[in-house]
Design a binder for this molecule. Structure first.
Ligand SMILES: [Ca+2]
Length: 296
């Protein structure tokens, strides 16, 4: 941390504020029909009217179950589609898009990128997968069933993470504090904004998952391992951070270095609203539950 409040103190301060918002939210929901808040630590803590889980506050992630993950897979994007996990991997001359069995973790189908192309963010939209290429404006497009390549798109600039927000927008990160909202048909820029955490720009936004009206983002920060296992949850409309998640307990022990231990994959399985995390060269992908942290 370069000057100012330490990260730990900053997170505690933010967690306190978010904790307050959680309490306020819980109070405001009591008039609605049915139980809205489940504090027993199940994975859906706040059921929204549209069926998506909605998390507000500060949480810790714990492992519920796991799926084998190739330790050679440098995960840069993760997405569930039709009961299978789909993964974009980076690494020079090792990049691919893979469909992975939810039962065994085995690769069912794989498309390998041409040498020199580094796979990055991945998302599904309207029968196709879209994959960003690191340091390139090229957006690779695949048929979602066969993973056959289709005609590519070209973006105005480069990106890291990618998610599909309710089939209305693509959200793109680029390792800075900026998020770009793009038209999913044309990839044209519609809006962009700066993400702030506790009053400071939050750089390093990386892998994304769009869940309802929220954008879940991992943070790549080689100088701060706490941040590298933190997820921030941003409201796409208000552009505010609504929740933080400490996933440090999920990071497997014994990984070689900061790069391999970095959390770099988030995916929500829509069939059961289960949340899955993995990282570069992790031996497993993990289903996690989120437990609210009492920060008062
Ligand atoms: Ca994702």
């Amino acid at each position: 941390m370069k000057g100012g409040m330490s990260n730990k103190r900053r997170y505690r301060a933010l967690a306190f504020l978010l904790g307050l918002s959680f309490v306020v939210s819980a109070c405001s929901e009591t008039e609605a029909a049915g139980p809205r808040i489940d504090k027993s630590g199940t994975r859906e803590l706040h059921h929204r009217h549209d069926g998506f889980p909605h998390y507000i506050g500060h949480f810790e992630a714990e492992v519920l179950s796991s799926l084998p993950h190739e330790t050679t897979a440098a995960t840069n994007g993760l997405e569930w589609f039709e009961g299978a996990l789909h993964e974009s991997t980076g690494g020079t001359n090792q990049s691919s898009v893979s469909r992975i069995s939810a039962e065994s973790g085995d690769v069912i189908n794989r498309f390998e990128l041409a040498d020199g192309k580094v796979g990055s963010g991945l998302t599904y939209y309207n029968g196709k997968f879209y994959q960003l290429v690191r340091d390139s404006t090229e957006v690779l497009v695949y048929d979602a069933e066969s993973l056959a390549q289709e005609e590519n798109l070209t973006s105005e600039d480069t990106g890291w993470g990618l998610c599909n927000s309710s089939d209305k927008f693509f959200v793109v990160s680029d390792g800075t504090s900026q998020l770009k909202i793009r038209n999913p048909e044309t990839f044209q820029l519609e809006r962009q904004f700066t993400v702030e955490l506790a009053g400071s720009e939050l750089a390093g936004l990386d892998e994304l998952e769009c869940i309802g009206d929220q954008i879940w983002a991992t943070i790549t920060d080689p100088d701060d391992q706490n941040r590298a296992s933190t997820i921030v949850v941003i409201n796409i409309d208000t552009e505010e951070v609504e929740a933080t998640i400490d996933a440090s307990q999920v990071v497997p022990e014994g990984l070689a270095d900061e790069t391999t231990s970095t959390l770099s994959g988030i995916a929500l399985r829509p069939e059961d609203n289960s949340l899955w995390l993995t990282g570069r060269q992790w031996p497993a992908s993990f289903e996690v539950k989120l437990t609210p942290v009492d920060v008062r």
